[in-house]
Design a protein around this ligand. Structure first.
Ligand code: NAD
Length: 347
């Protein structure tokens, strides 16, 4: 069975999802929707993606020499599922179209949670998403935090979590956003929206998040303080992350990688497309384990972190994999996730 996927919005997130699906057997991109005339249309056409746009733009695109297959409504009507990766808040405005054609849809974290039946993060609530017809993949920072918390919760139980987030001010191409020379409160009250979102995905979770915005475009940094329900050793703790390919453990001493810019350089050296790191990057040197309490620092690549979860969301909706770990390992394998710089990352 081949699932026909339409991607509405071909920006930072949409173009990455399109290419990830391209590599995944059984998931076929039947079209991408663009609004603006820019170079990314040429690149999308070279990749053989069919282009759709809003009705009013069709003539403009055609007279600029681009082959357009039809309107966004046409694209939606031909799909089995829509991935909405339009700018934050716009997905809700498209909801009527998705409902009109009775199409399952996956929204992104910039939408209000009420847009979908369930806010989703694979390691937390994959099982609850089976057969659900509208999901919202939570935002980049929340995905990074929830991957850790829900994995630990499955292994040891999580009693509470406190997280400090230093969020990137803008994506690399966003030359009109800031701050340029400041560290700013992300929200003026505590918790930041990340904790509220995390609780939607994992009801009852005791979590507070504190977020700042920094004048950088590469990655987010998160400092996590987690109290588990049982005591763990350092080895036992790290072992849990070693088993899942969407986590990378980095030794800052052996690798010299102690910053987000060096992580991006590593991605470049590895030849990763667009320098993407869809994995959580955990610095093992920052890990402190004391009885039930653990703390550490991780980096999150905002542009690519939610891509695996979007693929998992399709699998859950169509029940392509009923088992969480089968879904995760096939997604991670096709996206070629995971990196081991040494036989064993820690001693
Ligand atoms: P983006 O601005 O990079 O891309 C949005 C795309 O939608 C662009 O191609 C734009 O041309 C297109 N678009 C604009 N108006 C449209 C319309 N009326 N119909 C169809 N397409 C239209 O945005 P993004 O960063 O990819 O964000 C998309 C969603 O993903 C948002 O909900 C955002 O919050 C979420 N998200 C973003 C990031 C990130 O770091 N950029 C990370 C996680 C989640």
């Amino acid at each position: 069975m081949v699932i026909k996927v339409a991607i509405n919005g071909y920006g930072t997130i949409g173009k990455r999802i399109a290419e990830a699906l391209y590599r995944h057997p059984g998931l076929d991109v039947i079209g991408i929707a663009k609004i603006n005339l820019d170079y990314s249309i040429n690149l999308a056409l070279k990749k053989k993606f069919r282009i759709y746009t809003v009705k009013d733009n069709i003539e403009k695109f055609r007279s600029a020499g681009y082959q357009v297959h039809g309107s966004i409504e046409d694209m939606v009507s031909e799909a089995d599922v829509v991935i909405d990766a339009t700018p934050a808040g716009l997905g809700a405005r498209y909801k009527d179209v998705y409902v009109k054609y009775r199409k399952p849809v996956i929204f992104q974290g910039g939408e209000d949670p009420s847009v979908a039946e369930l806010s989703f993060s694979t390691l937390c609530n994959y099982e609850d998403a089976l057969g659900v017809s509208s999901l919202r993949v939570v935002s980049c920072n929340t995905t990074g935090v929830l991957r850790v918390i829900c994995l630990l919760d499955r292994e040891f139980g999580v009693e509470k979590a406190r997280v400090v987030i230093i969020r990137r001010g803008a994506d690399p191409r966003e030359d009109a956003r800031g701050p340029i020379n400041s560290l700013k409160l992300d929200s003026i009250s505590i918790p930041s929206h990340h904790a509220l979102d995390a609780k939607l995905v994992k009801p009852g979770l005791d979590i507070e998040t504190y977020a700042l915005v920094a004048s950088t475009t590469l990655m987010h940094i998160q400092v996590l303080f987690i109290k588990l329900k049982e005591s763990v050793s350092k080895d036992k703790f790290l072992n849990v992350f070693e088993k899942v390919r969407r986590f990378i453990l980095i030794d800052a001493i052996r690798t010299g990688i102690d910053s987000t810019s060096k992580i991006i350089e590593l991605a470049r050296d590895l030849g990763r497309f667009r320098n993407d790191i869809p994995e959580n990057v955990l610095w093992i040197n920052t890990l402190k384990v004391e009885d039930k309490e653990v703390s550490f620092i991780q980096a999150i690549h905002q542009e690519s972190i939610v891509i695996p979860e979007n693929i998992d969301a399709i699998k859950a909706m169509f029940e392509l994999e009923r088992d969480l770990w089968s879904a995760v390992s096939s997604t991670d394998q096709y996206l070629n996730l995971g990196l081991r710089l040494f036989d064993k990352e820690y001693n």
